[in-house]
Design a protein around this ligand. Structure first.
Ligand code: MN
Length: 210
């Protein structure tokens, strides 16, 4: 299987002013493309893995040859994370229904949920992601942060027990995701995300997991 860059269902300027057109264009056509090119390169060298889907690959990274594992982990992770991320972005959706109820149950209020998400985003040192996840063994939702291009769907051995779960949505907090517009002001970027978080996609993922 050769991975290809997914088309966006919206234009690069659709998220203005919260995420600017230039950032979206570079993020999609350069950063995401680079993860895909690197993943295709390393997979071409290990034929036994070449027909797996991106989801199967991220779950089996610990089975990969030692010499190629970190390269695959970073690049297949980058491909999955960005493929998800584009779908998590849409202006003007509303949090409602069972996902809203579950967030209120898990964090006591939407306000507290947002503050916790913002705090964890600020505490991610360096590059990584922040995720709302559903845990297998719990009725509650949780917020976790993974380093680099790790994903909560990776194995416990790779990301640690506290970070595994089913991602409802996630936010890219690498500087490349916001630096052109927000410079060092990561918090402003994270808070602007609330305007363009696609709650419809998040609800669909939440309901399909249950
Ligand atoms: Mn990114």
């Amino acid at each position: 299987m050769t991975f290809v860059l997914p088309h966006l269902s919206y234009s690069y300027d659709a998220l203005e002013p919260f995420i600017d057109e230039e950032t979206m264009r570079i993020h999609h056509t350069k950063h995401h493309q680079s993860y895909i090119d690197n993943a295709n390169l390393v997979l071409s060298e290990v034929p036994e893995f070449v027909n797996l889907s991106v989801l199967d690959l991220v779950k089996k990274i610990d089975l990969f040859p030692d010499s190629k594992r970190d390269f695959l982990r970073n690049n297949i992770g980058g491909h999955l994370n960005h493929s998800l991320f584009w779908k998590f972005l849409k202006y003007g959706t509303i949090l409602e229904g069972s996902l809203k109820n579950s967030i209120e149950y898990s964090f006591s209020s939407i306000y507290n949920f947002k503050k916790k998400f913002e705090n964890i985003s600020m505490n991610r040192f360096g590059s990584g992601w922040v995720w709302l996840v559903k845990k297998d063994n719990s009725d509650s939702l949780d917020i976790v942060s993974t380093a680099n291009q790790d994903n909560p769907l990776m194995s416990e051995k790779i990301v640690g027990l506290s970070n595994i779960g089913y991602p409802i949505f996630g936010l890219d907090v690498w500087e490349h995701a916001y630096y052109l517009k927000y410079k060092n002001r990561r918090l402003d970027y994270v808070q602007s995300f609330w305007n363009i978080l696609n709650w419809d996609e998040a609800s669909m993922r939440f309901n399909s997991f249950n």
